[in-house]
Design a protein around this ligand. Structure first.
Ligand SMILES: [Zn+2]
Length: 164
């Protein structure tokens, strides 16, 4: 069950197999796939453990190459709060963020980043540009990758297997 404590600092709580927050992100990824989008989902959680916003990719629907799940949840939460930064919030996403999203996460001052599958081809956190490791990056969240990795990776594999 979802604990009130939204700061899962012990490995056992944030890396457990069926994390409720990652489950919500996965549900958004599945919904995105049903819309013909690449199945990536994200949610933003505040310090009270409340889910502020959730979204899946909408690049095809909106004809917008920046409409990644992470960007959509950050935009929606900032708009709802009327604030350009979310320093008390944690972002959960099913795939390692790309460089664009990593920079947006930094700009938004997100507190913690939890992501699912690693993305050696398009990731910008632990691969590629490694945005948070650059001297030009002025805010680095705490980062926890590989959460629920087999399920989140399978989502993408299945999606692209059908398309090919
Ligand atoms: Zn992205």
């Amino acid at each position: 069950m979802l604990s009130i404590d939204s700061r899962p600092s012990s490995p056992s709580s944030h890396l457990m197999k069926t994390n409720p927050f990652m489950n919500e992100a996965i549900a958004e990824a599945i919904a995105a796939a049903s819309r013909g989008e690449v199945p990536i989902g994200a949610i933003l959680v505040d310090s009270m453990g409340k889910v502020l916003t959730s979204a899946g990719n909408r690049t095809e629907e909106l004809n917008d190459p920046t409409a990644h799940a992470e960007i959509l949840v950050i935009r929606a939460a900032c708009a709802a709060r009327g604030e350009p930064r979310l320093p008390d919030c944690d972002l959960w996403v099913t795939l390692e963020p790309c460089a664009m999203c990593a920079q947006a996460i930094s700009n938004a001052r997100i507190r913690r980043l939890y992501y699912g599958a690693y993305d050696a081809k398009g990731g910008g956190v632990d691969h590629g540009a490694r945005i948070f490791s650059q001297s030009t990056c002025h805010h680095q969240p705490e980062i926890y990758g590989g959460i629920d990795e087999s399920r989140t990776a399978t989502l993408l594999k299945d999606f692209f297997a059908v398309r090919r």
